[in-house]
Design a binder for this molecule. Structure first.
Ligand SMILES: [Ca+2]
Length: 335
């Protein structure tokens, strides 16, 4: 029991550290260069606590709100990890704040941190909604209603796997104001590739291999959240799942910013051989095309394997991957 508490506490610290690193990563767009050594330590830590099973996907979303009070109370302030920045609508009817996660997630829970400095009762009655409707924020189903949150406290609301691209917080009524300090949206991690060892045939600039499995789909800053090889013949990317699994499906997220056609013709290969860096394993699927910013699912019918590779046959090719997710059953065999 005590050991469990210590372990959980350690995981929380690690989560906070990683979440902060990812936030720093996202918010220092042009000036921030992460050292390779530091970067690898982040992934090492990620690997250590893989069993922690959920990740805050809110940090790479984009937020808007019904109105903005003053000059600096932006909607994005609820996503910056800082306890002293707040969102703030004007006094209005039915104020709302809307987070666009850019793709659909299954949501375990939503956390709300209330402002610490004053008027903490303004949050009372706020509704948390999750769904796929963007235009009418009140039409998505309600996950929870906030009764009260003490000043500066973070409360967690279970959403039991509700699915949606948009998470909204709204307060019904006239002459209301909505202020949020932080919002977290926690999604389960079932991706077998998470935290595993990855390699690619070459790396262009900062587009390192691990960025294909960092949870972040790369819609805002692809060079620090997607992997890419240099232009070359037969570029490839590979993940070692450490154990043999029956792989049911692989999900690939294509880049949003440009050139989505570069992924065309990529082969997904799964197996246990390291011959030709794993690129001779059987083919699960060949990607014909994936629209920009879209996550496509490829069914692999329980192919068995420890290595999952992507390779684009041909000359003058780039292999760019914003996210690779591998799902399946296992472990069917310890190595
Ligand atoms: Ca990524």
């Amino acid at each position: 029991m005590i050991l469990d508490i210590i372990l959980n506490f350690t995981q929380l610290l690690l989560l906070k550290y990683i979440s902060n690193r990812i936030q720093v990563y996202n918010h220092n767009k042009n000036s921030f260069k992460l050292q390779n050594t530091k970067h690898h330590s982040v992934f090492l830590i990620l690997r250590l606590f893989l069993s922690s099973n959920e990740v805050n996907v809110a940090t790479w979303g984009t937020a808007v709100q019904s109105t903005t009070y003053g000059a600096s109370w932006y909607a994005q302030n609820a996503l910056d990890g800082l306890s002293y920045t707040f969102t703030h609508t004007t006094w209005q009817t039915d104020p709302w704040w809307k987070l666009d996660l850019m793709k659909m997630y299954s949501v375990n829970r939503v956390t709300i941190t209330n402002r610490y400095d004053c008027c903490e009762t303004r949050i009372n009655g706020a509704e948390i909604r999750i769904g796929n409707v963007s235009s009418d924020v009140f039409s998505n189903p309600v996950c929870a209603v906030v009764s009260t949150i003490p000043a500066g406290a973070t409360y967690s609301y279970s959403c039991h796997g509700m699915e949606g691209r948009y998470v909204t917080v709204n307060i019904p009524g006239t002459s209301m104001v909505l202020t949020l300090c932080e919002v977290g949206v926690y999604s389960p991690v079932g991706n077998l590739a998470t935290g595993r060892n990855v390699t690619q045939s070459s790396t262009i600039g900062s587009w390192i291999t691990e960025q294909a499995i960092d949870f972040n789909p790369g819609f805002k800053q692809p060079s620090s959240t997607c992997s890419s090889t240099n232009v070359q013949t037969n570029p490839w990317w590979s993940v070692d799942l450490s154990y043999i699994y029956r792989v049911s499906r692989v999900v690939i997220t294509n880049r949003l910013d440009c050139c989505p056609e570069r992924i065309n013709g990529a082969e997904i290969r799964i197996g246990n051989s390291l011959e030709n860096n794993g690129n001779n394993n059987p083919i699960c699927a060949v990607i014909s095309s994936i629209p920009a910013g879209v996550s496509s699912t490829y069914t692999c019918n329980d192919m068995e394997g420890r290595y999952v590779n992507l390779i684009i046959p041909g000359d003058s090719k780039y292999l760019t991957l914003c996210e690779v997710e591998v799902y399946g059953e296992g472990v069917i065999k310890q190595i």
